[in-house]
Design a protein around this ligand. Sequence first.
Ligand code: DX5
Ligand code: ZN
Length: 224
Amino acid sequence: MKRPLLIAPSILSADFDRLGEAVALVEAAGADVIHVDVMDGHFVPNLTIGPPVVKALKRVATVPLDVHLMIDNADDTVGWYLDAGADIVVVHIEACNHVHRIVQTIHEAGAQAGVALNPGTPVSALEGIIADVDLILVMSVNPGFGGQAFIPTTVAKIEEVVRLATAKGASPRIAVDGGIDVRTAPLVAAAGADMLIAGSAVFCAEDPSAALGAIRTAAVTTLV
Ligand code: DX5
Ligand code: ZN
């Protein structure tokens, strides 16, 4: 059975002096999940937010928080984000020493576990973990910044993730992150993505609510 498509605005492109307002705005526009980008200045060349901000967001958000850890040594610090209230924690397969152990830790805390894949990482890297996770996040840009151009080979990569999941008898959600807008949303949804993460296309739009709705409509229309 097909699951409903989820739209997850990334607050990376929101005004950091008004994060609470940004969350309220996109929730009112129908956001299903709030995507929170944690960057450490090592795994990616940018530094954003940490557990205290996740904790603050948890106080205001009424939909689940999806915390995307673009950090080295998530093995050591994943607990911080679970304690801060993350509902979904996504770690990069390229940055974990023991990805199974992290997934176990996330599940033991009652949260959902996701594994993310950089554009340069092959889908085969997921073979040993795909059956154990709730979500696979396919990066459609190199992580680190909002507003980058969608990498077109992502579409085939999503299809490959779907094939691998089927072969393993698994059915994780498939999220796609980077360069998602009204033009790319239908492409990734048709390929099998069922969680679309969009930052600049929502928060840099003149009317973020309308932009979020337009992305959903564009994606859902392609599935009918
Ligand atoms: C990029 C982040 C994304 C980012 C996407 O490294 O993981 O979540 O916010 O931004 P857009 O939608 O502008 O590409
Ligand atoms: Zn992200």
